[in-house]
Design a protein around this ligand. Structure first.
Ligand code: SIN
Length: 235
């Protein structure tokens, strides 16, 4: 950290991944460092029309929500780890323009570019600036809080050009588990457990993918003044 508490400026170009970028790295990286951001909450609140769903039946992928904004919402998953674990990649200096172009296309569906201080888990350096793709609440694909069981069912039945939506969820759970003994995320684990249960039910003929209705509404509720006290106690 510099004297004013801001992360040091660096000429190096680093990207932080908290979703598919953890297990599907960008091209031309020469370092991969596990670690975390603070001040955000990871949630499956971004509709995906291009990777894990289609425009007619969008899937669900993760985005980051500013923690203070998340605390103002009603979320059935009412706690979230302080650290959003993921991976930072350093891109080879002569490939930065090419990689940025590649990622701007890959992450186009509602994600915009932000910057956040990244904390390397190995403590090899102080926090440094990384680029991160975030689907903010003002983008069309942002869904806001969803009932966990409805969300798990939605993920279970969705599929897009990059594959099954449930493989994205289970891939994220596995990739997080591999980063560190403390990198798990209860939101991801709970959805994964529900998806595994749906798989059991489907094999027993108790859950059907065919004919599943994708909800169209993306309305979300803010904490009312009555709920405020309880909700501000989210950790
Ligand atoms: C990311 O991985 O950092 C962004 C979200 C995604 O592409 O899954």
């Amino acid at each position: 950290m510099s004297a004013n508490g801001a992360p040091p400026e660096t000429d190096e170009f680093w990207i932080f991944g908290y979703g598919s970028l953890i297990w599907k790295p960008p091209p031309h990286y020469d370092r991969r460092v596990p670690g975390w951001l603070t001040g955000y909450v990871r949630r499956f609140w971004q509709a995906s029309q291009d990777h894990r769903g289609t425009p007619e039946a969008p899937g669900r992928v993760v985005t980051l929500i500013e923690r203070s904004f998340w605390a103002s919402l009603v979320d059935a998953h009412d706690s979230a780890p302080e650290k959003v674990w993921g991976v930072a990649y350093r891109i080879q200096a002569d490939k930065v323009a090419e990689v940025r172009e590649h990622l701007d296309i890959r992450e186009i569906n509602g994600y915009t570019i932000h910057h956040a201080p990244f904390h390397p888990a190995d403590g090899s350096s102080p926090a440094f600036r990384t680029l991160v793709y975030i689907g903010t609440p003002d983008n069309d694909q942002f869904t806001g809080p969803q009932d966990p069981q409805a969300l798990a069912e939605h993920i279970y039945v969705s599929e897009g050009p990059s594959g099954l939506n449930r493989d994205y969820l289970l891939g994220l759970e596995k990739a997080l588990d591999e980063l560190s003994p403390e990198s798990g995320d209860a939101h991801v684990t709970d959805l994964s457990n529900r998806v595994r249960e749906l798989d059991r039910k489907r094999r027993e003929g108790r859950f059907q993918v065919e004919g599943f209705e994708h909800p169209v509404s993306h309305e979300f509720k803010r904490v009312s003044s009555v709920d405020e006290q309880e909700e501000t106690e989210k950790t």
